[in-house]
Design a protein around this ligand. Structure first.
Ligand code: UD1
Ligand code: MG
Length: 457
């Protein structure tokens, strides 16, 4: 007996008041439909089928090869949406497990419990229910005196008395398809012209068939997204869930209410995440790090023992014991080797800084390679953008001393152990072990160099 997951994701999401299809809105940094796809990969025996419609092409692209899709070209309600799956699934599925892509906090355990309930049910439907005084606009369960479910009444169609019912239809169902397909095509439209999937409950009862029921344990799971307010509520709940996962694994999250860790992020034990820190995308953080406060780390790799304070990192790689900030900006393609320090108001882009490089104050390093142990003085700039409107590289050797306020006009190579004087504008290559000073800089021998060493901050 095969069970196929079917995800309803075609609706307009009118209540979001958005040009973006509802299922593409993000929760903890990921589009809602991704949560459903991921659940679909965990439950059921065959690949999930996603019913798409509103914004179909964008949703189809995001689903990619992770699930099959079928298009509901007119959004005529949830019953009509499921009917679109029939052609694809007829003869291939004994049961379907159906839920809406606007419920990203559902767990696979809950979905599996609904399938398990239906396996032992003589009747054709099992559904997920919840009891809550906060009804969220859900369909209400009308019960017989013996407690059995008789019908689901949608809020829009409910009487005043029915609206006060706290027994709710969560919107997760498992159906036997031999009964489902013919019954779906017999559904009648509601007063508003929609074909309600939920009407199948009353149809089964009218035929004397039993409706199975599972009650959800964790109220967080039933947060469905119909409005922006629901999205904020889900974001808070999801943030709490994610932060719990990390604190359970030995990460200190000092102020969970103000720490924003995307679902996709990985963090090692004994790392401390300080308030107002946003860890996003494909970010991996090692152990024993301190990240934050007031930092954004996106799609970056931070190895063990690093410190990142009040800084923004995008597609950057940090080896062990790197120290960034306060107020560093590491942009795409930055690779900092072990023990590098990038300090106050330093910006690095598309550059490799070798082990123990120090870059303490007000610097821009772009399209550069910097050798190990080199010191980059305050206010230094790699002038990488040429008058030819192309980006040029700067190669700096090991143990180089770049004096404060040096402008390095790329393309340029500065040899190992060379030095530049404070305020020099270097336009030509500087050989190893030499010193360049002045504007434009000229190379003088190291022995005749004026002045002592520059401050390194
Ligand atoms: C639905 C249920 C309600 C339940 C609630 C739980 C119906 C009639 N009502 O109401 O009993 O308590 O979910 O969240 O089913 N969709 C389509 N095509 C359509 C319409 C909707 O694919 O033509 C999809 C939507 O994208 C969404 C899902 O079905 O993912 C549910 O639609 P929505 O409009 O949010 O229904 P609710 O009002 O939440
Ligand atoms: Mg909904």
């Amino acid at each position: 007996m095969s069970t196929v997951p079917v995800i309803l994701a075609a609706g307009k999401g009118i209540r979001m008041r958005s040009n973006v299809p509802k299922v593409l809105h993000t929760l903890a940094g990921r589009p809602l439909v991704e949560y459903a796809i991921e659940l679909g990969q965990k439950v059921g025996d065959k690949p999930a089928l996603v019913v798409i419609g509103h914004g179909a092409e964008a949703v189809r692209e995001l689903v990619g090869v992770r699930a099959r899709v079928v298009v509901q070209s007119e959004q005529l309600g949830t019953g009509h949406a499921l009917l679109q799956a029939e052609t694809e699934l007829r003869g291939n599925a004994d049961r379907v497990l159906v839920w809406a892509a606007d419920m990203p906090l559902l767990s696979s355990n809950t979905l599996e419990a609904v399938v398990a309930r239906q396996r032992e049910n003589d009747g054709p439907i099992s559904l997920l229910t919840a009891v809550s005084a906060h009804q969220r606009g859900f369909g209400r369960l009308v019960r017989a005196d013996d407690g059995s479910v008789q019908a689901v009444v949608e809020q829009a169609d409910a009487t005043k008395e029915q609206r006060s019912i706290c027994d709710l239809n969560v919107g997760v169902y498992c159906f036997d398809t031999s009964w489902l397909w013919p019954e779906l095509s017999r559904l009648q439209p509601s007063a508003s012209g929609e074909y309600y999937l939920t009407d199948l409950v009353a149809r089964a009862v009218a035929q004397g068939l039993s409706v199975g029921e599972i009650t959800v344990d964790d109220p967080v799971e039933i947060i469905g997204i119909n409005t922006r307010a629901h999205l904020s509520e889900a974001e808070t709940a999801s943030r709490e869930r994610i932060n719990h996962v990390w604190t359970d694994q030995g990460v200190t999250v000092l102020d969970p209410a103000n720490t924003y860790i995307a679902a996709s992020v990985q963090i090692g034990a004994d790392t401390i995440v300080l308030p107002n820190t946003h860890l996003q995308g494909n970010t991996r953080i090692g152990s024993g790090c301190t990240i934050g406060p007031n930092s954004v780390v996106r799609d970056s790799v931070i190895s063990d023992g690093c410190r990142v304070e009040c800084s923004v990192l995008e597609e950057a790689t940090l080896e062990e014991d790197v120290d960034v900030g306060p107020f560093g900006h590491l942009r795409s393609g930055t690779h900092l080797a072990r023990g590098v320090h990038v300090g106050n108001f330093g910006e690095v882009k598309n550059s490799y800084l070798g082990a123990q490089v120090k870059m303490g104050h007000f610097c821009y390093v772009g399209d550069a390679t910097v050798g190990a142990r080199t010191n980059i003085g305050a206010g230094t700039v790699t002038c990488n953008y040429g008058m030819d409107k192309k980006k040029h590289r700067t190669e700096i050797g090991e143990d180089v001393f770049i004096g404060s306020d040096t402008m390095m006009v790329a393309p340029l190579t500065i040899g190992a152990r060379a030095r530049t004087g404070a305020g020099s504008v270097v336009t030509k290559d500087v050989p190893a072990d030499s010193m360049a000073v002045g504007v434009p800089a000229r190379v003088i021998t190291r022995e005749s160099a004026p002045g002592g060493p520059e401050e390194d901050g």
